[in-house]
Design a protein around this ligand. Structure first.
Ligand code: ADP
Ligand code: MG
Length: 303
């Protein structure tokens, strides 16, 4: 099977069919027709085998799901609506069963979120997958990390710690279909929740580095503000401990700072993922849990 057969067999026509894709896979570049009056959101993420997912025994459909989900989560965190994706895949060999399963996991999620796969690349090498996703937000309204204010309620979607608990369960030999592993293998991008935060939240971020790490980024962007969290309020995923919920867990839930006056509307907008209030933004810096300061709540690159 050469590269073109591989693309044809596994990737052409996958994902949603959309009217704003005059030309998708097959030419030197895709031709896309962004809607007037909206801004384009663009994001990319790479998953490397053995670093971002287990190198052995992890199901290819879950790798396909995660590769797209982590990108859709970034679009969701901006309050955006995803539309298009590019898929660049580096493979040690063209294993047909692997490719079929991978493509199925990717496409099922793409179809569910109305995302068209419009192009990509295939190369030989150590397994890694890079997805670039594009979406739209109303002009000037995309939700950013910047803008949290003292007194804002801190809310999260879904449950926390599921990524860490799921990975632990996987390495302990739990079935991939078991609830804790599923939370890790098939994170749900919170697109609808992100949209319902548009024009209501002051700031939002997706929790991909753990609650404390990403809360740290939100507060860093707000310059000098802090946060007070309530341990009792943290919604724990199946099998997750409080440490899992606070620490570096691959969760892909949303964290938002919402002014009190908007909280009734945010709570009422719930269909699907629950928003849980876990604390509030404080005028003084540092993160406190039940009144006690937490050390090392910042974030580090290449730590
Ligand atoms: P080029 O050599 O011009 O970069 P390629 O021959 O690599 O193009 O790819 C042919 C077409 O297939 C292009 O439209 C490209 O976007 C698409 N494509 C390549 N790999 C993938 C993939 N993994 N998933 C989706 N589309 C792909
Ligand atoms: Mg190419």
């Amino acid at each position: 099977m050469d590269e073109f057969e591989l693309i044809d067999r596994y990737f052409s026509g996958r994902g949603a069919r959309r009217g704003d894709v005059p030309l998708g896979i097959g030419d030197d570049a895709a031709v896309l027709a962004p809607p007037a009056g909206r801004e384009l959101l663009l994001t990319t993420d790479t998953l490397v085998a053995g670093r971002h997912f287990p190198a052995d025994g992890f199901p290819p459909d879950a790798i396909g799901h995660r590769a797209l989900a982590v990108n859709l989560s970034d679009i969701a965190a901006m309050g955006g609506t995803p539309a298009w994706a590019l898929l660049a895949i580096v493979l040690p060999q063209a294993d047909e069963a692997w490719l079929a399963s991978f493509a199925e996991g990717f496409s099922a999620l793409a179809e569910r979120f109305d995302v068209a796969l419009v192009g990509g690349n295939v190369a030989r090498g150590p397994l890694s997958i890079t997805v670039t996703a594009a979406g739209f937000a109303p002009q000037g309204q995309a939700l950013t990390r910047r803008g949290a204010q003292a007194g804002d309620a801190l809310v999260v979607t879904g449950a926390l710690g599921g990524g860490a608990a799921g990975l632990r369960a996987f390495f302990q030999g739990a079935a991939v279909q078991a609830a804790p592993v599923r939370a890790y293998a098939h994170p749900e991008p919170r697109v609808q929740a992100g949209r319902s935060l548009l024009s209501r939240a002051h700031a939002a971020i997706d929790i991909s580095d753990g609650l404390l790490g990403d809360l740290g980024k939100l507060l860093y962007a707000a310059e000098g503000l802090g946060a007070e969290l309530e341990a009792q309020a943290l919604p724990l995923a199946p099998g997750a401990s409080r440490e899992d919920a606070l620490g570096p867990s691959d969760d892909y839930e949303l964290l938002a700072a919402v002014p009190e006056r908007e909280m009734p509307a945010v709570e009422a907008s719930l269909e699907g993922p629950l928003f849980t209030r876990i604390g509030r933004v404080t005028p003084t810096s540092g993160i406190r849990l039940d009144g006690r300061p937490l050390a090392g709540a910042g974030f580090r690159h290449f730590a």
